[in-house]
Design a protein around this ligand. Structure first.
Ligand code: PLP
Length: 466
């Protein structure tokens, strides 16, 4: 035990530290030693009875600090939650087909804003506009940083200093402080609330029209549902009000579906094309929710409405980045063939996975792991429910297969912690005193890694147990 903290240089001269120098660059080593000694100093200052470890102990702390410094902060995790579009876990995993395009855009120059035909300056927005129009039937389109930016930009360009009529049942908060009334204020528009929380009629919008009205806004109530005695104006009804008053109807569609998922038991989400066909003049939606692409926001609709948006100075602040654009273009191309989109886009594949197929996969996983996992680990198959997440289908429960992970001598909470803190973290959930992994959101190619993570967690738990 040391009585006082050593100096940085002295620590590096200890024979116990000899192994560190050849493995780490000197600046890294110095930073780690300094950080470790600072931590110890704080610990001793806060608690005078705290003991300073001996040389071996300090070197072990330095080694741990070096490891911490060298591991990346943003890392892959295995999503065993069954929430398909999990915002905290990065929303949509991208289709394999996007990898090459992202790498190519990242590693070299590109025609991002250069027209190869004419040799003149081009625009980055041209790379996906035609595709979005083709897939939605829109006249014009624009892709920006995310849907929050799309809504903000559209309102700034079309409604600044004027009134926007919204139903009281649609004044949503999405999370991360995106609230319709706040976004409205930020974009300089005046919110005119109509109707009630549970019922809003077309006549409520009509009664609120004024000489200063700029547009009628409908907002998808993405992450909640009002049930019971309810009424809302449909897009078609709003379009009629809009036509009478010569005002545009804008829809913040939130998730943004490009194909009808009703045949897969996922009802009630009209496609963007259907919204436009029903009379919406402008629709905004996310790239990384149900679309299954990268983080992006898409604005699609009438050419005359897109024009002021494309000229607005805020566009530069929310413009889409080239790697995102590369991924978005490839994702949208996959939608040209619906079957291909369903097979290749992980978000769609996971959402539409058949319960029987998940159950068979569950059997295979249990069988395969039983042969190779340590005897302290038991996997048990259960039935359960997954959810779509990402502020879509708040009431939807998809029948799924869960794998319970048991480790002898460890509680579900201990298993959860050990898996979450592993080298490849695995995130699951605890329900009725069981630690559960939903295999809907775990891909086949992740299984060997999952297996390794469970084995490593079991080793950690066995050490804790003794
Ligand atoms: C998710 C969502 C947003 C925000 O979209 P981001 O792409 O996350 O910025 C805005 N409006 C609605 C209705 C949403 O569901």
């Amino acid at each position: 035990m040391l009585r006082a903290l050593p100096k940085v240089d002295r620590v590096l001269e200890w024979p116990e530290s000899a192994g560190l120098s050849p493995l780490h660059p000197r600046p890294e080593l110095l930073a780690a030693v300094r950080e470790t000694l600072d931590n110890l100093r704080r610990r001793v200052a806060g608690d005078h009875s705290a003991e300073i470890p001996g040389r071996g102990g300090i070197v072990a702390l330095i080694t741990a600090e070096l490891e911490r410094r060298s591991s990346r902060s943003l890392r892959p995790v295995i999503n065993g939650t069954g929430v398909v579009v999990h915002t905290n876990l990065g929303r949509s995993p991208l289709a394999e087909q996007t990898e090459e395009a992202i790498r190519a855009a990242a590693a070299g120059y590109s025609n991002l804003e250069f027209d190869l035909e004419s040799g003149e300056r081009g625009t980055r927005y041209s790379h996906v506009e035609r595709l979005i129009c083709e897939l939605t039937g829109a006249e014009a389109a624009l892709a920006v940083n995310n849907n929050a930016a799309a809504v903000m930009l559209a309102l700034s360009a079309l409604a600044q200093g004027r009134e926007v009529i919204v139903s009281r049942g649609e004044l949503v908060e999405i999370g991360g402080s995106f609230r319709i009334p706040d976004v409205m204020r930020q974009s300089g528009a005046t919110l005119v609330e109509v109707g009630t929380t549970n019922r809003t009629h077309p006549r409520d919008y009509r009664a609120a029209l004024s000489a200063n009205t700029s547009l009628l806004l409908k907002v998808h109530t993405s992450n909640f549902a009002i049930v019971g005695f309810t009424a809302e104006a449909t897009i078609a009804q709003l379009a009629e009000v809009g036509r009478e008053a010569a005002l545009p109807v804008m829809l913040d569609a939130g998730s943004g579906c490009l194909i009808d998922l009703a045949p897969y038991g996922i009802d009630g989400e009209p496609t963007i094309g259907r919204y436009l066909a029903a009379g919406a003049d402008l629709v905004t939606f996310s790239g990384d929710k149900l679309l299954g692409g990268p983080q992006a926001g898409i604005i699609a609709g009438k050419r005359e409405l897109l024009e002021p948006i494309k000229r607005h100075p805020l566009l530069r602040a929310v413009r889409i980045d080239k790697l995102t654009l590369a991924a978005l273009e490839v994702t949208l191309r996959l939608y040209r063939d619906e079957r291909q989109a369903l097979a290749a886009i992980p978000t769609l594949r996971m959402l539409t996975a058949a319960p029987e197929a998940l159950s068979r996969r569950g059997d295979r996983i249990v069988r395969r792991f039983r042969r190779t996992l340590p005897p302290t680990v038991t996997l048990v198959k259960h039935k359960g429910e997954s959810s779509a997440g990402g502020g879509s289908f708040p009431l939807l429960q998809l029948p799924t297969t869960l794998i319970e992970v048991r480790v002898s001598g460890a509680s579900p909470q201990q298993i959860e912690t050990a898996l979450r803190r592993g080298a490849l973290p695995v995130v699951g959930r605890i329900n009725r005193d069981r630690f559960l992994l939903d295999i809907r959101t775990i891909s086949d190619h992740e299984l060997p890694a999952l297996f390794e993570s469970i084995r490593a967690a079991a080793t950690v738990l066995a050490k804790e147990d003794t």
